[in-house]
Design a binder for this molecule. Structure first.
Ligand code: HEM
Length: 116
């Protein structure tokens, strides 16, 4: 009886591990949402702030309070095309954001810009 129990348990553990390691975890990421600029431009305030960087849209509403600059620095760009602002930190002799900033940016990605 014990052997049957052991075989059944081993079977379940092996099946679970197989699906866990080889299963397709990318399904949800492959679905792209597209938004038109008219829609993006409505998210232009502290209560909903979307910015466009290289035709990708980021919802930075919740990030704004963690951003290490005064809130109006990002607020000015809500609902707008912000690639240059992000690349220069919106300063004349602008320096790009750090590697860290570029790494956390994808956390806020919500979709792509519908161009046509
Ligand atoms: C497009 C609008 C944005 C503007 C104008 C802007 C501007 C700035 C400014 C003025 C600073 C502080 C000065 C400095 O550290 O040199 C700063 C720092 C920083 N920003 Fe932004 N920022 C924007 C968007 C973002 C976004 C979307 C993220 C990340 C999701 C981000 C992440 C950071 C980080 C991590 C820092 C600390 C310094 C660094 O790592 O480069 N910023 N930003």
């Amino acid at each position: 009886m014990k052997i049957i129990y052991n075989i059944t348990t081993a079977f379940f553990i092996l099946s679970f591990s197989f699906f866990y390691f080889y299963g397709d975890h990318t399904e949800s990421k492959s679905v792209h949402k597209f938004y038109r600029m008219e829609e993006v431009s409505q998210h232009n305030s502290a209560t909903s702030c979307w910015i466009v960087i290289k035709n990708q849209i980021f919802d930075v509403t919740d990030y704004n309070q963690d951003h290490p600059a005064p809130p109006d620095v990002i607020l000015k760009w809500c609902g707008k095309e912000s690639t240059a602002a992000f690349n220069t930190k919106d300063q004349k002799k602008g320096k790009p954001h750090s590697k860290f900033a570029t790494q956390i940016l994808p956390e806020f990605y919500i979709g792509d810009l519908q161009i046509n």
